[in-house]
Write a protein of this length. Structure first.
Length: 430
């Protein structure tokens, strides 16, 4: 079996590591460095560790692996970096190498196989799992479980997360094509996502309705799958590659102007398919064409002047916006959501301090690194409290659950809410 050092030599380009000038501009942008003040948990510190592994200067990899695992992968360091270091790509490649070379326990192998092979790539199983959650919420089992104190067997943050999960409603599968309300301005194919199309299915439907109102015919390819972000962030690179190929092929069959996403994490990973598949000549060009069409739904709504053609109105309320890290740092989308929110009559928009910093969700980070996640979340909630907002809007399901968790932790569920941008806008336009 090849050593980790040899894998780093073959797969991590030295030039990319040397691009890091150690200037430190990334430090204030990195949530884990801000919390720990430890260079090991900074982007330049992690890059230094990667180089040390590649150069054979480290014999024990425990500290390196821990540093990589503590990283949120929010990629806030990339816009801050004057040298343009592709930190996210270095991080995912490094994690993949460690995962491939690691001797996982039987339990860990079983968990990984269940999650990465049997659950997320299989939409029917995702629907079944979500249906079980819906049954748990609707049948009275949730109330009984809480009343009997079973939830107290879980860590406190997991108890609170159970309360923060969205209410799952019964819903039928949507049609494949949705026509624009009046005059077609563009034809778009929608990436529905695995979590968005199950636990957040109503948000997907809100997105479709908004796109229709903006003049888009919306087509939903039925052979698409999970984006692979969870796989890529967890070192399951080959699984991510297979899902990427399936999605590229699914959307190639659709004659569309754009491919629309409404989840920042999914959109960013789809946006990087050309990097993920660059080593496969049969797929590299196809992936590049796919990536060129990826656009967040808020960008299309502003581009097609939804604000000018429709009235948005809500009861008077103070609203703030929490950026999705990947939507802002990878797809560079941050103005459009704010423009749409501020166009709503009745909204008193207050910009949050450090709205572009991570909330601590980061996929399943709040499960795998709960202490750091809750520490970051508590800091985020302090910034939210300073705005006195009754409504917090975001553009990613993980962020939405995390902010709801923060509201739950502060005991403010009766007078503060968190909502996805699509649901907020549809509420206003209706």
């Amino acid at each position: 079996m090849k050593t980790i050092q040899r894998e780093f030599e073959e797969r991590i380009k030295e030039n990319e590591l040397l691009n890091c000038m150690r200037c430190g501009f990334c430090l204030p942008a990195c949530p884990t460095y801000v919390e720990t003040k430890n260079e090991v948990h900074s982007p330049r510190g992690r890059i230094a560790l990667m180089k040390a592994v590649r150069d054979g200067e480290i014999e024990s990899y425990e500290e390196v692996e821990e540093s990589l695992n503590v990283c949120l992968g929010c990629r806030a360091c990339e816009p801050a970096c004057p040298a343009g270091v592709n930190y996210g790509q270095l991080l995912e490649e490094s994690r993949a190498i460690f995962n491939e070379q690691k001797n996982h326990s039987i339990k860990e192998k079983a968990v990984r196989k269940t999650v990465f092979t049997h659950l997320f790539p299989n939409q029917k199983r995702m629907e079944q799992a979500t249906s079980l959650l819906g049954f748990y919420q609707r049948s009275g089992l949730q109330k009984t479980t809480r009343k009997l104190g079973f939830m107290k067997l879980l860590p406190k943050h997991m108890q609170q997360m159970e309360r923060a999960l969205p209410k799952v409603t019964k819903s039928k599968n949507v049609e494949a094509i949705f026509k624009a309300e009046s005059g077609t301005k563009a034809t778009v194919a929608m990436f529905k996502g695995c979590l968005m199309d199950t636990m957040f299915k109503e948000t997907n439907q809100s997105t479709i309705k908004l796109l229709n109102k903006a003049g888009c015919d919306v087509v939903i390819p039925d052979t698409q799958s999970c984006c692979g972000a969870l796989h890529g962030h967890s070192g399951e690179q080959q699984g991510a590659v297979q899902l990427a190929k399936q999605n590229v092929e699914a959307f190639e069959s659709i004659d569309c102007d754009f491919i629309i996403t409404n989840a920042g994490g999914c959109g960013a990973f789809l946006h990087d398919y050309d990097h993920l598949l660059k080593g496969d000549p049969a797929w590299a060009t196809r992936a590049k064409h796919f990536v060129e069409k990826i656009v967040d739904f808020s960008t299309i709504l502003t581009r097609l002047n939804l604000i000018e053609t429709h009235n948005f109105k809500l009861p008077t309320q103070t609203v703030t916006y929490q950026d999705s890290c990947h939507l802002r740092n990878v797809m560079r989308v941050y103005k459009e959501p704010r423009e749409l929110i501020q166009a709503v009559e009745g909204v008193n928009y207050v910009e949050m301090q450090q709205a572009d910093s991570c909330c601590g969700s980061a996929g399943i980070y709040n499960i795998t690194q709960p202490e750091m996640s809750m520490q970051i979340l508590d800091g985020k909630m302090e910034k939210i409290d300073q705005t006195h907002a009754q409504t917090i809007v975001t553009s990613n399901p993980g962020c939405l659950i995390q902010i709801k968790l923060g509201i739950e932790r502060e005991g403010k569920t009766d007078f503060v809410r968190a909502v996805h941008l699509a649901d907020f806008l549809l509420e206003a336009i209706d």
